[in-house]
Design a protein around this ligand. Sequence first.
Ligand code: EPS
Length: 392
Amino acid sequence: MRRLSFTTAGESHGPNLTVILSGLPAGLKVQTELLNDDLARRQHGYGRGGRMKIERDAAVLTGGIRGGETLGGPISLEVQNRDFAVWEPVMSPVRIDPDAARKRALTSPRPGHADLAGGLKYRRRDLRDILERASARESAARVAAGSLCRMLLLHFGIQIRSGVLSIGSVRCPLPKGGVSFSLLSDVDESSPLRLVDRTVEADAIRLIDLGFKEGDTLGGSILVGARGVPPGLGSHVAWDEKLDGRIAQAMLSIPSVKAVSLGDGIENAFRFGSEAHDAIEFDPRHGFTRPTNRAGGLEGGITNGQDILVTLFQKPISTLRNGLPSVDIETKEPVRAQYERSDVTAVPACGVIGEAMLALILADAFLAKTGGDSLEEVAENYQAFMAAQRAY
Ligand code: EPS
């Protein structure tokens, strides 16, 4: 059963991005500084291109909130695209200049991008009609929606964080037990790459500089975690209520994310069962406990009270300065894919987007469990649910 839903609209170089988020209870305090802080965190990161110097992402709240408190109805907000000032003749929703639009038309699709598949599907001959919506610019809207969900979760003591594990071939050394939430507590948000271990930062920066010099791009991997999540969110009873599946879908919808692992999901495939699961223990003060967290906080599609741990694997950005081999859709002749200004890597930003997607899924599962139209009612139901868990 779903409570929360959100829709984004807008093109990368259009006037703005719009978000409508429905399902938050009435009475939640909205801290605009936190929202804008998340938007700024997404813009940050070494290896980004010229666009991030142009944009100053900030949310303009336009509905569903009064005097800094949610009213229970759909929340709407906008994030301005400052670059629209330059792109208006090409991207105006109302009237475009045909000459300007022709100059910026895309007919040589980029391998790995949505250009060709989208052009075929939507029968668009200027592939800009596809790339504008497929652009990762849209993720700013998700971060804004996720930030509002994070405020709800924080009210109930649930924190979400992320940190970069690797950029290209440069990997942070991991402790013997593998990934854990404590790795994320040390991530320096103001550091250039938001790595979980900064001892490899100089190597990663050198690799990004090399990518820039060679006109190439890099992907990487990121750990996203949540702490303080109560047991009992999600369900084993139906395939689409399993929270692990819902988290994976949300993460795979982030541009360029091609694989997701929960807990030791990948490593466990290479182990015996005796080394892959988390023993169950009981102590009267803490109830059921686990000495390890290889499951990443989810068993049978239900949270088990342990930290949620999700690793995202992002492929290298598909826009390369040295365009990849392609075919012009008009002439059908071999060409190099057109270069659109882009980033060498956006892995640090991907972590912030992953936090937003996790916040959206967890807030939805949380509200599905508690119900409640007002924050007070959600809190009453939450307390009753937690009391029942303690008494089990
Ligand atoms: C993107 C290309 C670049 C990125 C953009 C995603 O934009 P532009 O074409 O304007 O240079 O900077 O990311 C963002 C704008 C953002 O806010 O993250 C792409 O093609 O996906």
